[in-house]
Each structure stands twice: as structure tokens, then as C-alpha cells.
Design a binder for this molecule. Structure first.
Ligand code: V47
Length: 383
């Protein structure tokens, strides 16, 4: 791999489909590297892989508890065990959320939460099992690598056997959270106690070997520098070379409110676009880059569709992690809103399920949900 020191050299590599090096990534992160041209290159790769399509899904978040043994410095969502803000859902509450999700046309429930001091491993298995048994058509995208690592601690079992049991219970795939920044210079300062890079990557490796698709993330805009970010991207790229199991990369912009880092400012829109574009160029083997509108704001996420992103995530209900940290975006978007956002960006809106199969449904359904009604009909999956 040769190293480039001009955008023209990087353009040549990108046009030839050549892989970018660590040094190329660092160059792209330099403030002097023109964002406009970087965006053009990322857009070229984006269109090569995903054409003019821009994906969204109809989904909801479910955070079964916010009580957490860990104290990650960037997290505003967690609660101490005895804090009045702490909660843990019971079975009836979980089922009610599943019912609400199906009534609103959701194809996916995104389940992550705290690592509760008192809940046994069986409590987490039961969450997947009762939702899957009651709503078998809902795809359950659940548990980050950090949670699986906690279950290892609770059970003294291997991640493989835990993942196998979760799959039997109804787990459909894994979200990408908990990756933060892999490099120990940063990880040890923001979340020293939880799963390290090796643990996180190994859990995703094993999930992929068991046939589960997973996502991956990077939390940026706190104590890290561009070397830590590019190093993070390359570690993900290496695992993807090995397994091919990552579907989507989601760069997560740090929101400082109510966190231990509230003296920091959240990344600017231009910094967000640069990270999206660098990610698209460095991660040449991960098919999708998600501009998570909840975190970026609708305007930046919409712009990101021209800077390498091809997915906006979903309609999203009940998001807490970002809203506790000061996100001012709405707590959900209607299908109508999300489709208009995509069309306005000159892209073709495609509803997908969690595994990126196209969902074909009657337009009247989502028009009705957009007007706030519940529905009865549902979903066919096409290619
Ligand atoms: O791991 C926590 C991040 C992640 C803050 O896989 C914060 O499709 C910013 O991973 N400011 C959880 N970020 C969310 C996540 C995710 C989101 C959307 C889609 C998918 C997917 C995954 O949120 C955590 C952490 O990296 N986070 N606190 C904060 N104050």
C-alpha cells in the first residue's frame, strides 16, 4: 500500500478501487484537506456500492434498564442502582413495547441497555425470548459486544455459547454499540473497565462465525485524535476482511450534555460530514454507512447522503441514549418525513429490513401511520 500526500493521489487510488492506508486516512482528516473534494470521492464510492438508494427502516428502541455497573464518562443514560432515575422493565412492559412496535409497522426492535447490578443473565435471555415468542416477525437486533462480555462475566461461559443461546431464544442480529474508540490511550480514559478492543472484536468475530450479521460504530468528538479514529477504522476493516459479517458502520458524534465531559462542545456539522466521508473511503469492505439522524440532526444526516452515507437508520421511537445527552432532534420521525428527507436529497428512498432486504408495502399503510393511526396489514419482503 503506498501513501498519498495529496487529494489528487487519493483520487487516483479511489478511482482505481485501491485500498487507502493509515497515512491516507490521516491526510483526509487534516483540516486543510478540502471537504468538498473528500465528499465527492466518498460519494463516488457510495454510488459504486449503493447506487442512488438511501435506506431507512421502521424501528423502535427498547432499553430494558438504564441501571449500569459501569461508569463510562461519556454516558448520560446510565443510572446508579439506588438512583430514583433507575428503572428495569418487567415482562408486561416489554410485551407492551413489542405490541406497540408491531402496531406501528416496525420490522425491528433495537435492544440495548445498562448492565444491571442485580439482574442475572437469565433476565436478558428472557427479554429476547418473550419478545420473540410473542412477536416472531419482529427482528430483534440486541446486545452490544459489551453486554455479551458482561454475560461472560456473569455466567463464566464462552461468548460462543452465550451467542448460541441468544440465537435460540430469538436474537436476529447485533447492533454496533460499545466500540467507542478501540485504542487504549483513549479507551482507558473513557471506559477503562468495560470490554476492551480485543474482547469487542472477538465477540463480533464469533457472532459472524455463527452466521449473525452485526453493525459497528465509532464514538468520536471527545478525547480522541484523528490517529485514534483511523486506527479504529482499520481494526474494523481487518475484521471485516476476515469475516464479512459487518453490515453497517455508524459514526456516532459525541453529545456532551449531562456527561462527565460536559465541558466539550459537540462536533460541528462539517466535522460530522468529514468523519462520514473518511469512513466511507477507509471502510471499503463494509457495504453501508449510516448517518444516524437522531444524533446528527436531520439536516446534517440529509447532507451526509452526498458525503458517503446511504442509510438514515429508522423512524426510531423511544430513543433515550442521545436524548439524555442533550440531543434536540425529535424522538422519532414518521415514514413520510423520512422519505421526504431522502427525496429532497435527490436519492431514492428504500425501506429495508434489518438485513437490508427491501420491504415492499402499500403506501397507504405508512401514510396512515404517519397520520398517527395503528394498522393491521403488513409487510412482504422482496429483493
Ligand atoms: O455504545 C453513549 C454511544 C452507543 C453517548 O447498530 C453516545 O444500528 C454520543 O450503538 N454521545 C449506543 N454517543 C448507540 C449505538 C447505535 C445507535 C444507532 C444504531 C446502531 C446500530 C447503534 O451510543 C454507545 C456509545 O458509543 N453513546 N453516550 C453520548 N453522550
Amino acid at each position: 500500500m503506498t501513501t498519498s500526500n495529496s487529494i489528487a493521489q487519493i483520487r487516483e487510488k479511489v478511482e482505481a478501487g485501491e485500498r487507502l492506508s493509515l497515512e491516507d486516512g490521516l491526510y483526509l482528516y487534516e483540516p486543510e484537506t478540502p471537504l468538498q473534494e473528500l465528499g465527492e470521492l466518498a460519494n463516488l464510492v457510495r454510488e459504486r456500492i449503493n447506487g442512488n438508494r438511501a435506506y431507512y427502516n421502521i424501528n423502535t428502541h427498547l432499553n430494558p434498564t438504564n441501571v449500569c455497573v459501569y461508569r463510562c464518562i461519556f454516558c448520560a443514560f446510565r443510572s446508579d442502582l439506588r438512583d430514583p432515575k433507575g428503572y428495569a422493565m418487567n415482562d408486561a412492559e416489554l410485551i407492551e413495547r413489542g405490541r406497540e412496535a408491531t402496531e406501528n409497522g416496525c420490522t425491528e426492535v433495537h435492544i440495548v441497555g445498562g448492565l444491571h447490578h442485580q439482574m442475572p443473565y437469565e433476565w436478558y435471555v428472557n427479554i429476547v425470548k418473550i419478545l420473540h415468542d410473542a412477536f416472531p416477525d419482529l427482528h430483534l437486533k440486541a446486545w452490544t459486544g459489551v453486554e455479551i462480555n458482561w454475560f461472560e462475566f456473569l455466567t463464566k461461559r464462552t461468548p460462543r455459547s452465550i451467542l448460541e443461546e441468544m440465537i435460540d431464544a430469538g436474537l436476529g442480529s447485533m447492533p454496533g454499540g460499545g466500540a467507542e474508540i478501540f485504542h487504549p490511550e483513549v479507551r482507558d480514559r473513557i471506559c477503562e473497565h468495560k470490554a476492551d478492543a480485543r474482547n469487542w472484536l472477538d465477540i463480533h468475530r464469533q457472532a459472524h462465525q455463527l452466521g449473525l450479521k452485526t453493525n459497528c460504530t465509532m464514538l468520536y468528538g471527545h478525547l480522541e485524535n484523528s490517529f485514534h479514529r483511523v486506527d479504529h477504522l482499520i481494526r474494523l476493516r481487518e475484521l471485516q476482511d476476515e469475516t464479512g459479517g459487518f453490515q453497517t458502520f455508524i459514526p456516532l458524534a459525541f453529545h456532551p450534555d449531562n456527561t462527565g465531559l460536559d465541558h466539550l462542545r459537540k462536533p460541528s456539522a462539517l466535522a460530522d460530514l468529514r468523519t462520514i466521508a473518511v469512513s466511507r473511503l477507509m471502510l471499503d469492505n463494509i457495504p453501508h454507512i449510516k448517518a444516524y439522524w437522531i444524533m446528527l440532526g436531520v439536516g446534517t444526516a440529509q447532507t451526509a447522503l452526498a458525503y458517503g452515507a446511504d442509510d438514515l437508520d429508522g423512524t426510531v421511537r423511544h430513543e433515550l441514549i442521545y436524548h439524555d445527552a442533550g440531543a434536540t432532534t425529535p424522538e422519532g420521525m414518521t415514514v413520510d418525513d423520512i422519505r421526504k428527507t431522502i427525496v429532497e436529497a435527490g436519492r431514492e428512498p428504500i425501506e429495508r429490513d434489518t438485513l437490508y432486504r427491501h420491504v415492499v408495502r402499500d403506501e397507504r399503510d405508512w401514510k396512515r401511520w404517519s397520520a398517527g393511526d395503528a394498522i393491521e396489514t403488513l409487510v412482504g419482503v422482496g429483493e
